[in-house]
Design a protein around this ligand. Structure first.
Ligand SMILES: [Zn+2]
Length: 119
């Protein structure tokens, strides 16, 4: 199979993995709810934030990403293996802030590709 074709399939599989239920579960586990006051009627007012597993900062939902603790890595010839790594269990997923995720991804890419981005 051509490298170009493999990259197209990988891109679409990664997009499909957004709907992986384990991903939503990882986000749920990182959710932190705070009481930030009360409404006029006396009911508690809450704010929800998400905790980065690395730096422990609390972020809005838009600022966090779900990371594969053990990276999905490269396609090694087996789509089944690749898909299993991509659609892994929640135990291999963690929520990271964008900064921590970018750092981890950069480090991983440098280790396996000498800094070149992989798909
Ligand atoms: Zn972080």
């Amino acid at each position: 199979m051509e490298k170009k074709t493999i990259n197209i399939i990988k891109k679409h599989l990664r997009r499909a993995a957004i709907a992986h239920p384990a991903k939503a579960e990882a986000v749920r586990r990182a959710r932190r709810k705070f009481r930030i006051g009360a409404y006029k009627n006396g009911r508690d007012k809450f704010k929800t934030k998400f905790e980065c597993a690395q730096c422990k900062c609390l972020m809005e939902r838009e600022a966090i990403e779900v990371d594969h603790i053990k990276e999905v890595g490269q396609f090694d010839g087996s789509w089944t293996e690749y898909i299993n790594r991509l659609f892994c269990s929640v135990d291999n997923l963690q929520v990271l802030c964008r900064v921590c995720h970018a750092k981890k991804t950069k480090k991983f890419n440098e280790a396996i590709h000498g800094g070149k981005k992989y798909l």
